[in-house]
Design a protein around this ligand. Structure first.
Ligand code: FES
Length: 136
């Protein structure tokens, strides 16, 4: 490429790079705006090792505080979809249908469930627990 052509091409290349940068920024913001925060509860309302049940969009979730961290688990068993119950004395989730057992993080301890309890994405902001949903 001749020097003169190179000088003429530089503004075009700069414009392309600028457009690519703005596109990336726009896509990032658009993606973020498709996320929805759903209020679940107050973080200090959940004691360490305890469970608080909440209902979101017709689905029951168990908010669990373990190791100071709050997680949200679906209470629908991953075997055949029965509802698990929290057994406070044993600190486990128990499925009455086929005796499946899960620990406080949703991990399978016993029984036929093939997978852990489904975990939801949660975020704690200023003491408020939100579930982050991807919209659409
Ligand atoms: S449905 Fe839960 S163990 Fe079978």
């Amino acid at each position: 490429m001749k020097r003169r052509n190179l000088i003429l091409a530089l503004p075009g290349a700069a414009a392309v790079l600028l457009a690519a940068g703005y596109s990336a920024l726009f896509l990032q913001r658009w993606k973020r705006s498709k996320r929805r925060k759903v209020f679940l509860g107050m973080a200090d309302a959940i004691e360490e090792g305890e469970v608080m049940l909440v209902e979101v969009n017709g689905e029951e979730l168990a908010l669990v505080k373990a190791g100071g961290k709050i997680i949200a688990l679906s209470t629908t068993c991953t075997h055949l979809g029965c509802r698990v119950v929290f057994r406070k004395a044993e600190k486990i989730f128990f499925c009455p249908c086929h005796r499946g057992k899960f620990d406080l993080t949703g991990k399978v301890l016993e029984g036929p469930p093939p997978l852990p309890l489904r975990r939801k994405h949660v975020k704690v902001e200023e003491g408020v627990v939100f579930m982050i949903e991807e919209a659409g």
